[in-house]
Write a protein that binds this ligand. Structure first.
Ligand code: XIL
Length: 365
């Protein structure tokens, strides 16, 4: 009886140990997919169609869906040849403490891009937004701020030297009236912060394409005109800059005007600059417009017109959307209202906007 009890105890302990070992060797359960994605052949993907037109098709990539949603990664690699980290390179994310950088997210994305033959458009080195508190905790002198900015730029750029296809070096430096925006950089360093930022970036990675980027700069008006003058000045002073980015966060009221786009883009080309659309999305909720179907058609037209301008303009080299699925877009956070600003719906089904892009890429103009 005693022996039987002992035997039962030994068996019980062994079985328990075995099952603990087994459980710990089971790989983490894969995240359930959001929804089955619709198969679109990779030969009609935006990236392969774009290649035929000499245009890289890209998207912003946000870390949370990137980590947790397999469909997100599948559509990303199938459709796009450029990836733009949506927030990972921003000052507050990557340089949260004065003497500490956090490269976890950017290392992950740069490695992923390399493995999938995707280029990285990194963004932004100098911006007034998304700055960490430590930059405001103290009144830095001009000399200190120059050193901080140079260190920030060169630490990021040299870490990824040769691996970043294009950098947005300075972002949103111009107000709508054409004056320079009052930022910590302008106030403490003066307007030459722009020249210096480009020089420091070029020094750290001479091969990367360097961009100035802004919003409401793609057509005509005081802001695009001021940007044109700023670009001409940079080039005259021999500053290493290769292109201009048009963010193009848009909504349905005031659809894009093809003529104005092409005219503005062509004058920048004539300065010797490349142009790219860098953050395209088109909100459908703002303004009065009719049924949802009508809004989606108008949205598709807007996407199509922007891409058509890119195809028509000689030196327009990339078209990047600011996220690709309505499941994850920054617009709800911005407006406080759910929208559908992107080219795939929440279940990764292509929307009319997706087909409008395909159609433009399949056309000859
Ligand atoms: C946005 C991101 O999409 C959001 O997730 C974040 O909360 C705020 O910034 N212009 C830019 C982008 O240059 O970096 C911004 O991205 C959108 C506006």
């Amino acid at each position: 009886m005693k022996h039987r009890l002992l035997l039962a105890l030994v068996v019980f302990v062994l079985v328990s140990l075995f099952s603990i070992a087994k459980v710990s060797s089971i790989p983490a359960t894969p995240e359930p997919s959001a929804e089955p994605s619709v198969e679109i052949s990779s030969s009609t993907s935006l990236r392969s169609l774009g290649q035929k037109q000499g245009i890289e098709m890209g998207t912003a990539v946000e870390m949370a869906p990137f980590y947790k949603d397999a469909n997100y990664r599948a559509v990303l690699t199938r459709e796009f040849s450029i990836l733009a980290p949506e927030n990972a390179f921003k000052f507050a994310s990557i340089h949260p403490v004065r003497d500490r950088y956090d490269f976890t997210a950017t290392d992950t994305l740069v490695a992923f891009a390399k493995a999938h033959n995707i280029k990285v458009r990194a963004h932004p080195l100098v911006w007034h937004d998304s700055l960490p508190n430590w930059l405001y905790d103290k009144e830095f002198t001009r000399e200190e701020l120059l050193a901080i900015l140079k260190d920030h730029i060169q630490t990021l750029v040299s870490r990824y030297r040769g691996q970043i296809y294009a950098w947005d070096v300075v972002s949103e430096a111009i107000n709508r009236d054409g004056s320079l925006r009052d930022t910590i950089w302008l106030r403490h360093i003066g307007p030459e912060y722009i020249d210096l930022a480009f020089r420091w970036t070029h020094e750290a990675d001479p091969q990367a394409r360097l961009f100035y980027t802004d919003y409401a700069n793609e057509e005509r008006g005081r802001k695009p005109d001021a940007m044109y003058e700023l670009m001409a000045g940079l080039l005259q002073r021999g500053i290493p800059i290769h292109g201009v980015g048009f963010q193009s966060h848009r909504w349905l009221d005031g659809p894009p005007k093809l003529d104005a786009l092409v005219e503005n883009m062509t004058r920048l080309n004539n300065l010797g600059l490349e142009v790219q659309f860098t953050e395209v999305d088109v909100q459908i909720q703002r303004g009065t417009f009719g049924s949802r179907e009508e809004r989606l058609v108008a949205q598709a037209d807007a996407y199509g017109t922007l891409l058509k301008a890119c195809v028509i303009t000689k030196n327009c080299t990339a078209f990047v959307v600011w996220g690709f699925t309505d499941r994850y877009s920054w617009i709800a956070g911005l407006t406080g209202q759910l929208d559908a600003p992107l080219i795939f719906d929440e279940s990764y089904h292509p929307k009319p906007a997706y087909y409008a892009l395909q159609k433009v890429l399949n056309s000859e103009f």
